[in-house]
Design a protein around this ligand. Structure first.
Ligand SMILES: CC(=O)SCCNC(=O)CCNC(=O)[C@H](O)C(C)(C)COP(=O)(O)OP(=O)(O)OC[C@H]1O[C@@H](n2cnc3c(N)ncnc32)[C@H](O)[C@@H]1OP(=O)(O)O
Ligand SMILES: O=C([O-])CC(=O)C(=O)O
Length: 375
C-alpha cells in the first residue's frame, strides 16, 4: 500500500473561509460562541437562548426568548406524510439514517422556495427534529404512535418526555440544556463544512442540513459518543478498563471519544459534561460506569497525552438519563442544527461557490484500448 501522505491531509491548518460565529482552541483550548465563553453559556443559559444567539446574532431579552420558545412549541406537529414515511422505516434502521431521511422528507413537504423563508424553515426543523426521532423510535420499538405536541418548555425536556412518556425532572432538563449548548456550534468541523459547501451552490436549507447529518454520522465525528458507549459498557471495572485500553493502544486501535483535530491540550466541553456525568452517576447509584470512564481518561492521558473530547463523558451522562445508545448522535443533530443553519445563513450572506483544487497524482497520459483487447 502507498505510504500515507500527510502533507496538507484533511485540510488541517488551512483557513477555508471566515466566520463570526465561533472560535475553537484559540489558545489551545478555548471555545466561544459570538464572543461568549462556553463555560458561562453552559452554566447560565437555556439552549433556546443559545440557539437565538447563533441564529439571530444576539442574546434575546426575556420577551424575545418567550416569543421564540412559544414559536418553537407551536411547530412540533408532524405532517401526516412524514409520519407515514417514519412508520415505514425498519425497526433495525440506524436512527441517524432516520434523521437524514426525516430531514429530507420534510424538505419535500415544506420546501424552501426562497431564502427569505430561511428562518422559518430553521425554526421548524429545530422544533421538529426531536419529534421525528422519538416518533420513529417509539413506533418501531414499542408499537406506539406518540403525541408530539407536548407542552414542555424546552427542546431537551420535550425530547425526554416523548422518549420516556413522562415529564423529566429538573436535573435532567438542566443537563439537556447544558449538553445541547455544548454541542451547538464548532466552527469549520466536518459536518458544518459539508453544510457550507452545499450552501455555496445556492442549494436549499434542507439539502444543506441533510448532507451535514450524513457527515456527523461517522464515528470519527458525532458518531463517537455512541462508539464510546459501546466501548465503556464492555469494561467490568476500572482495572479491567485499564487493561483493555492498554491492549487497544498496543494494537494501534482508535479509542473513541479521545483526541481532536484542533484542540491540543484539552476540549473545554469535557470538564462541563464530565461534571454532569458525575452528578447523574451519583443520582442513579452507579458504581461502575463513571469510575470506568474516569480511568479511561487517566490512562489515555498518561500513555498518549490524549484527552477526552466532547463525546466521551456524554456517553455515560446520556446513559444515566435512560437514553438508548443509538439515540446519542441524533441528540447531537438536534443541537448542531443551530450551528449548521447559522453557518448556512453566513455563507449565503457573502457567497462564492466553494471549489478548491486538487494535486493530480494519476497517470500522465493513457492510450485508448478497444474493449475487446482489454485484460
Ligand atoms: C464532537 C467531535 O466530533 S470530537 C471528535 C470525535 N471523534 C472521536 O472521538 C474519534 C477518535 N479520535 C480520532 O479519531 C482523532 O483524534 C480525530 C479524528 C478526532 C482527529 O484526528 P487527527 O486530527 O487526524 O488527529 P491527530 O493528528 O491529533 O492524531 C495524532 C496521532 O494520535 C493518534 N490518535 C488520535 N486520536 C486517537 C485516538 N482517539 N485513539 C488512538 N490514537 C489516536 C492518531 O492516530 C495519530 O497517530 P499517528 O500520527 O501515528 O497516525
Ligand atoms: O471540531 C471538530 O472537528 C469536531 C468537533 O469537536 C465538533 O464538531 O464539535
Amino acid at each position: 500500500m502507498a505510504e500515507k501522505n500527510i502533507g496538507g491531509a484533511g485540510l488541517r491548518g488551512q483557513v477555508a473561509g471566515q466566520t463570526a460565529l465561533c472560535t475553537v482552541g484559540q489558545s489551545g483550548h478555548g471555545l466561544t460562541y459570538r464572543g461568549y465563553g462556553i463555560e458561562v453559556l453552559a452554566d447560565k443559559a437555556e439552549f433556546e437562548e443559545v440557539a437565538y444567539l447563533l441564529l439571530r446574532g444576539k442574546l434575546p431579552n426575556q420577551a424575545e426568548l418567550d416569543a421564540y420558545k412559544a414559536k418553537l412549541k407551536s411547530l412540533r406537529s408532524l405532517p401526516q406524510a412524514l409520519r407515514e414515511v417514519l412508520e415505514r422505516i425498519p425497526a433495525d434502521a440506524h436512527p441517524m439514517d432516520v434523521m437524514r431521511t426525516g430531514c429530507s422528507m420534510l424538505g419535500v413537504l415544506e420546501t424552501e422556495a426562497d431564502f427569505s423563508q430561511q428562518d422559518d424553515h430553521i425554526d421548524r426543523m429545530l422544533a421538529l427534529f426531536p419529534s421525528i426521532i422519538c416518533y420513529w423510535h417509539r413506533f418501531s420499538q414499542d408499537g406506539v404512535r406518540i403525541e408530539t405536541e407536548t407542552d414542555d418548555d424546552s427542546i431537551g425536556a420535550h425530547f425526554l418526555h416523548m422518549l420516556h412518556g413522562r415529564t423529566p425532572d429538573a436535573l435532567h432538563e438542566k443537563v439537556m440544556h447544558a449538553s445541547l449548548i455544548l454541542y451547538a456550534e464548532h466552527e469549520f468541523n466536518a459536518s458544518t463544512f459539508t453544510a457550507r459547501v452545499c450552501a455555496s451552490t445556492l442549494s436549499d436549507i434542507h439539502s444543506c442540513i441533510t448532507g451535514a447529518i450524513g457527515s456527523l454520522r461517522g464515528p470519527l465525528h458525532g458518531g463517537a459518543n455512541e462508539a464510546a458507549m459501546a466501548m465503556i459498557e464492555k469494561f467490568k471495572s476500572p482495572d479491567d478498563a485499564e487493561e483493555q485500553i492498554m491492549g487497544m493502544l498496543e494494537r494501534k486501535e482508535k479509542i473513541m471519544g479521545f483526541g481532536h483535530a484542533i484542540y491540543r491540550e484539552s476540549d473545554p466541553r469535557n470538564a462541563i459534561i464530565k461534571k454532569w456525568a458525575q452528578k447523574l452517576s451519583e443520582e442513579v447509584g452507579d458504581k461502575v460506569l463513571y469510575p470506568v470512564s474516569a480511568r479511561c481518561e487517566e490512562v489515555m492521558w498518561r500513555e498518549k497525552k490524549l484527552f477526552c473530547n466532547a463525546d466521551f463523558f456524554h456517553a455515560s451522562a446520556y446513559h444515566f438519563m435512560g437514553i438508548p445508545t443509538e439515540l446519542f448522535t441524533p441528540i447531537f443533530v438536534m443541537s448542531r442544527l443551530t450551528g449548521w443553519a447559522a453557518h448556512v445563513k453566513e455563507q449565503r450572506e457573502n457567497n462564492r461557490i466553494i471549489r478548491p483544487s486538487a494535486d493530480y497524482t494519476g497517470p500522465e497520459s493513457a492510450e485508448w484500448t478497444p474493449i475487446e483487447q482489454r485484460h
